[in-house]
Design a protein around this ligand. Structure first.
Ligand code: IDP
Ligand code: MG
Length: 138
């Protein structure tokens, strides 16, 4: 057994639309463990760390503004291959293309905004997970 951890965020669009419970339900229904959970309003400094890989991209400023637009929920979930597994539960970045049955595919759509609003974030590798968990649960 190689239990892994990932950092999941319910983004401001998900919180505004009352989807915190829906996201948590899907994590639990899949069989992953919820290890930690925290609601917060992220500031620019925190988001610059979290989204460091996107600094300089065309959507970066819109992404930061969007992520500061309301409260978010940070979750640490664990389980064998949870990083890959939660990315699979989420669906691809573009909610128009995300498969039905996924969080993004079922619950989000293109809003015509500069930044893609897609309900959730999930770490994309063990290195990202360790880094991101440390940012939200110092
Ligand atoms: P991911 O969340 O599926 O891992 P990333 O490429 O890490 O996608 O991008 C982080 C977030 O930035 C996305 O979830 C989405 O909200 C936004 N984003 C990514 N690519 C674009 C884009 O091309 N246009 C607008 N927003 C984007
Ligand atoms: Mg990403």
């Amino acid at each position: 057994m190689n239990t892994e951890k990932t950092l999941i965020l319910v983004k401001p669009d998900g919180v505004r639309r009352g989807l915190i419970g829906e996201v948590i339900s899907r994590i639990e229904a899949k069989g992953y463990n919820i290890d930690a959970i925290r609601m917060l309003k992220a500031d620019r400094t925190l988001l610059e760390q979290h989204y460091a890989e996107h600094i300089g991209k065309g959507f970066y400023e819109a992404l930061v503004e969007f992520m500061m637009s309301g409260p978010i929920v940070a979750i640490v979930a664990s389980g064998n291959r949870v990083i890959e597994g939660f990315r699979s539960l989420s669906g691809v970045t573009d909610p128009t293309l995300a498969a039905p049955g996924t969080i993004r595919g079922d619950l989000a759509r293109d809003q015509g905004t500069k930044v893609v609003q897609n309900i959730v974030h999930g770490s994309d590798s063990p290195e990202s997970a360790a880094r991101e968990i440390h940012i939200f649960f110092p």
